[in-house]
Write a protein that binds this ligand. Structure first.
Ligand SMILES: Cc1cc2nc3c(=O)[nH]c(=O)nc-3n(C[C@H](O)[C@H](O)[C@H](O)COP(=O)(O)OP(=O)(O)OC[C@H]3O[C@@H](n4cnc5c(N)ncnc54)[C@H](O)[C@@H]3O)c2cc1C
Length: 698
C-alpha cells in the first residue's frame, strides 16, 4: 500500500503508467479553482472537470473573510488584485473590521463570486492552465479545466480511481475515462461525487426555498449610493418580503432573495415566462412585479432601468457530510460538496476555501512521497469539526436574522409551519390551486402585520413592535456579518497537530454573537500575524517579493520600513511543502533547531528556521550563522511594533522567548513549547514530525 502511494509523484507516475493524473478535481467552482491553484504552486499536476459549458455569472457569495484573503495572498498577488477590484469600501463600510490590519495583513472584501472566479481563472492561466471546451485531456499532462465534462461514474481501484466523464460532441453524448490517483469532489451542494461514493449528510434539510433574482439598475445604485450606502437591505412590506444584496452600487448590480413555498408556489410561477429574446433575458410579470414592489418600498419610486439578468431557485440546508475522505483515501470532498450552510454570516465559500488550503499541502506531501496517505485522514479530523461549528453558527445567525421580522409580527418560522401543515393535511385532499389560495391568503394576513395601519407609533401594538425592533438592533441581536473569532481564530484540536496536553478544551458553542479574535499560538491555531523585518538580508528581493500589501497601515509608516516589512505569515512558503520553526536567539533554541533540521531531513521534509529578534535589534547575522551552521535555510527577522501599545511577539503568543513554534505549510501551528525547550531535542522532534506528517494516523 505504502509503496503504491509512494510512486504517485507529480513527476513520476504509478507503476510507470503515464495515463494516471495525480489529482483530478471535479467541479470548477471557487473551491475547485482555488485547490487547483494551490496544488499547482506546490508542484502537483492536476486537472479539473466542469459539467457546465461556461462559468456561472450569478453573483452568489460576496463576502470574503480575512482567512480566505490570507489564502489568496499566497497566490502571487491575487489578494491584492481582489482588493483593488472590489467596490469602493465606503459603499459597504458598515461591515468592515476596523482593527483588522493589526490581526491580519489583509482585509475582508465584498466581491461577487463570479468576479472572484474570473480572477482565479486569470491566475490559473498565469500558472499555465488552459480552459478547454470539448474533448481534451488526451495528454493527461494536467493544468486543464475541461468545460462541459460531467463526472458520471467513479470506480476506485487498488492504486487509482477511474472517473467517467460525459460530454457532448456533435450533438451526441460521449464518454471518456480518466484515471487519477486521487479524486477531489468540489462539485457543490448537490455533489455527484458524494452520491457516487455513497456518503450521506447529517443536519437539517430544506430550511427555506428561495429565488435569487440577479438584476441591474444604475438608478437604484445611484439612489442607494447617495442616500443609504450599504451591502444588505432587508425589505419587509405588505406584499412581499426579501433581502436585497448590493453587489456593486456603482455598477448598479443587485441580487434580490425572496422566499417561496413549493409545491403550492412553483419556481415556474416566478420564471415560466422567462424567455430569451435577442440574447436578452426577459422575466415574467409576477417576478418583476414582486421585485418592483419591494424596490418601490425601499426607494419610494419605480425604477425605469431594471434589467433582470438571471433567476435561480435555491434551497437552504444546514448539513455536513458523515465522511470527508473515503475509498481508501482516494476520494475526498471539499467545499459545498462537504457542507452546506445558510448564507447568513457568509461562511459557505470561505469554509470551502479554507478546506482546500488544509488539504493542498497534505495532498502534495502524499503525491511527493513525504507523507503516507494516512495524513489525508487528518484533513477530515481537522475540517469536519470546523464545518459542524460553522453550520451551527450560520443557523444561529439565520435565526437571529429572523428576529426582526418576528418582532414585526411576521415570524418566518410560522410561515414555514403553516406551509408544512398545508402540505401534510389539506395538501393531500385539496386541489393545488385551492391550496395555493389558502397559503396566499394566510401569508397576506401575515404580511398585513407590516401595514402602516399597524406599524405606527399611535397604534399600541405597532409602537411596541417598533420598540422591540429598535432593541434588537441596539443590542446587536440581529444578523451579524463580523465573526473575527471564527474567521481567524478557528483551531484544529486533533489531526496533524501535537496538543500541549492530553486535555483538549472544546471550543464554546456558537452563540451567533460577535466574539473578538484573540491571537494564540496554541497548537492547531493559525500563526498570529505580526509585522516583521528581515535582518540578515535587509534589502533582499527574494523574501519580500510583492507581499507588502499592508504597507499603508494607518498611513503612518516610513517608506524605508514599508519596503522591508512583511507579515509572520509570509515566512511560510506557498511554493513548496515546508515547515517553519520559530525560535528566539537563545542557545538552547539554536540546539533545538539543529536537531529539527536533522529530523526533518530524515523525514525527507523541508524546514526553515526563523530566528525572531526583539524590536529594535539592528544586526544579529553572525550569531545565527555560527549557531546554525551547517544548515542555511534560516532567516533572522526583527519584530516591528507599530505602536507602543502592541505586544511583543512572544507576549502576543502568550509564550516566553525560551519557547519555540513549529508551523505547518498551511500556517497552522503543529507544535509549540511555551517556555522551555525539552531536553531530548531529537526524540521530541521525531514525535512532532511523525504526527505532523500523519505517520501517527495510520
Ligand atoms: C445567496 C447566497 C449567498 C451566499 N453568500 C456567501 C458569502 O457571502 N460568502 C461565502 O463564503 N459564501 C456564500 N455563499 C455560499 C457560496 O456561494 C458557496 O459556498 C460556494 O459556491 C461553494 O463553492 P464550491 O466551489 O464548493 O461549489 P460550487 O460553487 O457550487 O461549484 C461547484 C461546481 O461543480 C460543478 N459540478 C457539479 N456537478 C458536477 C459533475 N458531476 N461533474 C463536473 N462538474 C460538476 C458545478 O457546475 C459547479 O461549477 C452564498 C450562497 C448563496 C446561495
Amino acid at each position: 500500500m505504502q509503496s503504491q502511494w509512494r510512486t504517485l509523484s507529480s513527476s513520476r507516475t504509478i507503476n510507470g503508467d503515464d495515463s494516471i493524473l495525480p489529482v483530478l478535481i471535479v467541479g470548477a467552482g471557487p473551491v475547485g479553482l482555488t485547490l487547483s491553484a494551490l496544488l499547482t504552486k506546490l508542484g502537483v499536476k492536476c486537472a479539473v472537470l466542469e459539467k457546465s459549458g461556461s462559468f456561472s455569472k450569478h453573483p452568489q457569495a460576496h463576502f470574503i473573510n480575512n482567512r480566505s484573503m490570507e489564502v489568496f495572498r499566497k497566490l502571487d498577488g491575487l489578494a491584492e488584485e481582489i482588493q483593488r477590484s472590489q467596490p469602493p469600501v465606503d459603499f459597504w463600510r458598515k461591515f468592515i473590521y476596523y482593527y483588522d490590519r493589526v490581526v491580519s495583513p489583509v482585509s475582508v472584501v465584498h466581491f461577487s463570486q463570479y468576479k472572484l472566479t474570473r480572477l482565479l481563472l486569470k491566475h490559473l492561466e498565469s500558472l499555465g492552465f488552459h480552459v478547454q471546451c470539448g474533448e481534451g485531456l488526451e495528454s493527461l499532462s494536467g493544468s486543464k479545466i475541461l468545460m462541459g465534462h460531467e463526472c458520471i461514474s467513479i470506480d476506485t481501484r487498488a492504486n487509482s480511481v477511474n472517473v467517467t466523464a460525459s460530454f457532448l460532441k456533435e450533438g451526441k453524448y460521449m464518454k471518456k475515462d480518466i484515471q487519477c490517483g486521487i479524486l477531489v469532489g468540489t462539485d457543490g451542494a448537490g455533489s455527484t461525487v458524494r452520491r457516487l461514493v455513497g456518503i450521506n449528510m447529517r443536519g437539517e434539510r430544506n430550511l427555506q426555498n428561495l429565488v435569487s433574482v440577479h438584476f441591474l439598475s444604475q438608478e437604484l445604485g445611484q439612489y442607494l449610493m447617495n442616500e443609504r450606502p450599504g451591502m444588505l437591505f432587508f425589505i419587509f412590506n405588505t406584499d412581499a418580503i426579501g433581502v436585497l444584496v448590493a453587489h456593486d452600487l456603482d455598477q448598479g448590480e443587485f441580487v434580490l432573495q425572496m422566499p417561496f413555498y413549493p409545491p403550492q408556489q412553483k419556481f415556474e410561477d416566478f420564471s415560466s415566462e422567462v424567455s430569451v429574446l435577442a440574447g436578452v433575458l426577459f422575466s415574467c410579470e409576477i417576478l418583476l412585479e414582486m421585485c418592483e414592489r419591494l424596490i418601490y418600498k425601499l426607494v419610494g419610486r419605480n425604477l425605469a432601468d431594471m434589467d433582470v439578468i438571471d433567476i435561480k431557485p435555491w434551497v437552504m440546508h444546514a448539513e455536513v457530510v458523515e465522511k470527508y475522505v473515503s475509498c481508501d483515501s482516494r476520494v475526498i470532498l471539499a467545499g459545498d460538496a462537504a457542507h452546506r450552510f445558510p448564507p447568513a454570516g457568509g461562511f459557505g465559500m470561505n469554509t470551502g476555501i479554507q478546506d482546500v488550503h488544509n488539504l493542498a499541502w497534505k495532498l502534495a506531501s502524499v503525491v511527493n512521497g513525504i507523507a503516507p496517505p494516512s495524513i489525508l485522514s487528518t484533513y477530515e479530523m481537522e475540517r469536519m469539526p470546523i464545518a459542524n461549528f460553522n453550520t451551527a453558527l450560520s443557523l444561529e445567525n439565520f435565526r437571529a436574522a429572523m428576529a426582526v421580522p418576528a418582532a414585526l409580527g411576521l415570524d418566518p418560522t410560522i410561515a414555514n409551519t403553516v406551509h408544512q401543515v398545508i402540505n401534510n393535511t389539506v395538501g393531500s385532499i385539496l386541489p393545488s390551486k385551492v391550496q395555493r389560495s389558502i397559503l396566499d391568503g394566510l401569508f397576506a394576513i401575515g404580511r398585513a402585520q407590516l401595514s402602516d395601519f399597524i406599524l405606527n407609533k399611535n397604534n399600541p401594538l405597532g409602537s411596541s413592535r417598533l420598540a422591540e425592533v429598535r432593541r434588537i438592533f441596539e443590542e446587536g441581536k440581529s444578523l451579524q456579518l463580523q465573526f473575527p473569532a471564527e474567521d481567524l481564530g478557528f483551531r484544529y484540536l486533533r489531526g496533524a497537530v501535537v496538543p500541549d496536553s492530553d486535555r483538549m478544551e472544546e471550543p464554546n458553542a456558537p452563540t451567533g454573537r460577535r466574539r473578538d479574535y484573540v491571537p494564540s499560538a496554541d497548537p492547531g491555531s493559525r500563526l498570529p500575524h505580526m509585522c516583521i523585518r528581515e535582518l540578515s538580508k535587509p534589502h533582499s528581493e527574494t523574501f519580500l517579493k510583492e507581499r507588502c500589501s499592508f504597507r499603508i497601515v494607518g498611513g503612518i509608516l516610513t517608506q524605508m520600513f514599508l519596503q522591508e516589512m512583511v507579515s509572520t505569515l509570509d515566512l511560510v512558503s506557498g511554493d513548496k511543502v515546508e515547515f517553519l520553526l520559530i525560535i528566539a536567539p537563545v542557545e538552547s533554541s539554536y540546539r533545538l533547531a539543529q536537531a529539527a533540521f536533522e529530523v526533518a531531513q530524515d523525514f525527507n521534509a523541508s524546514m526553515k528556521v526563523c530566528v525572531m529578534w526583539p524590536d529594535g535589534t539592528v544586526d544579529a547575522v553572525a550569531r545565527s550563522k555560527a549557531a546554525l551552521t551547517p544548515w542555511d535555510n534560516y532567516i533572522d527577522v526583527v519584530e516591528v511594533r507599530q505602536s507602543a501599545t502592541l505586544k511583543s511577539w512572544w507576549d502576543l503568543c502568550q509564550m516566553t522567548h525560551r519557547g519555540a513554534i513549529l508551523v505547518r505549510p498551511d500556517e497552522h501551528i503543529a507544535w509549540r513549547v511555551k517556555s522551555r525547550v525539552v531536553d531530548d531535542f531529537a526524540s521530541e522532534m521525531k514525535k512532532v514530525f511523525s504526527t505532523a506528517l500523519g505517520f501517527d494516523s495510520i
